[in-house]
Design a protein around this ligand. Sequence first.
Ligand code: NOJ
Length: 551
Amino acid sequence: MEHTGWFKDRVFYQIWPRSFYDGDNDGMGDLWGVLQKLDYIKSLGCDGIWFSPLYPSPGVDCGYDVADYMDIDPRFGGMEAFEKVLEEAHKRDMKVIMDLVVNHTSDQHPWFQLSRLKVDPYTDYYIWRPAGKNGKLPNNWDSLFEGKAWQYDELRGEYYLHLFSVGQPDLNMDNPRVREEVKKILRFWLEKGVDGFREDVITFISKVEGLPNDLLPAAKGLRKFNHGPHIHEYLSEFQRDVLSRYDCVTLAESPVITPRMALRYIEEGPEQEIDMMIQFETAAADCFLVEYLPLPFSLRRLKAAFSRWQKILSGRGWNMLYLENHDHPRVISRYGSEEYRVESGKALAAAYLFQQGTPFVYQGQEIGMLNWHPRDPEEYEDVQTLWHYRNRFTFLGKKLRLRLLWRASRDSARTPLQWSGEKNAGFTKAEKPWFTVNDNYREINAEKEERDPDSVLNFYRKAIALRKSLKAVRYGNYREYDRLSGRRYVYSREFEGERLLVICSFSKKEQRFRAPRGFSPGSAELLLQNYPDAPEGRLRPYECRVYRWER
Ligand code: NOJ
């Protein structure tokens, strides 16, 4: 089937179902809740939805541990609710994509239970190894969430590999039967009418043969399973046998990847395996690779990452643009300023929404939600967070470790969406929501944002509408100015004589600003801004402006 590239003109909204909106009042978000909020999502200008996993799951990793790929968790409303949401979304011309989690399953998945018992054909569905000499682990890889990457299973008398939590055994993708299962899953959802997939840590599915030790233990084994030897073969197989037969989109998550490496997957042409890559470089401007290794925020690093992806992919592959998702703390708290929440929330929006690519907005980002600061570490839900707290940097005092979690934990962005100033932020009518509501909900909530024409929410609406109306955003050249400035991000987009200039301050201080050569604000049209006026020659804290002029 022809691949029409429809995703290039859309803006996606990411729903992390548990915390979005509770429609049946049991305390947890669900699809009945989504149904009630479809018009809200559409009102942002978003015409696509990515659902984080909705499948039945024990919930060790909030749904990223799948126990049944062909169903919807009853807590989210089951298949009935999903079909209704899909139908209603399509009526509104909104596309729907699912999370495809096939690097691993839940340990409760029947395949795993049968594999433990060595029942064929499931015996080799997972990566099993006997214990080494003197009870040594099969290799030195670390799990990314909990200790070592191996867990001993009494029933089978062997170790299984789990790159994530103990409850998430890795599938053996080298087994052709497992790949057939993946294709069945893809077909099942595509036949149901979904429009594509976000593929969870998909670049981890092919492990180096023999599972050798990683000679650099700090790398946790990553070099032995990220972009492994058969990755392109397997992704091409999925593409050839299933995906190419539908006009669907694919989005691959790759925790460690450069734009040049990404082109091996997403370069447009007959060999293309994936449409867009979820990279982590733009999510690491205040840390070393992961948030648990914090560094001061560096605008220069952020800009360099933005520009690298814009330039290297230009004309060859398509960018996926994002500032937040369920794996990272809130962006205003990281790259902006809580003190200048509204101004910096808007500047951040302008910084990414006018780049080339398909933008994704994560629930709550559009109303400028901030990080959550629990007093007690046991309030956290996330398996990675809790493990980190209990096992890492234990020589530091409790207070310091808690502060690190405030900055680093994924739970910082997983609290229920703040719909109103009512009890539980209007998220649920149940007595107790499944997870703590951020206590700033009376100041920050969708209802309040809705009423204020100058809110972050209304800025997102304007910015998204604007980006859709400008050809230069979809097709234009990208150029960065003031590259060395650590206080502002300035870029232009140009297409057939139409030129856009985006200026964003990332500073709490007022700064002097000289427009790039060839640009005169006097003769340009100011399309979007986050202050009531636009004096020449200076920028106020977190001021942003988008200009257009004809050449
Ligand atoms: C990446 C997902 O985004 C994250 O939430 C999850 O914990 C891991 N993959 C494991 O599935």
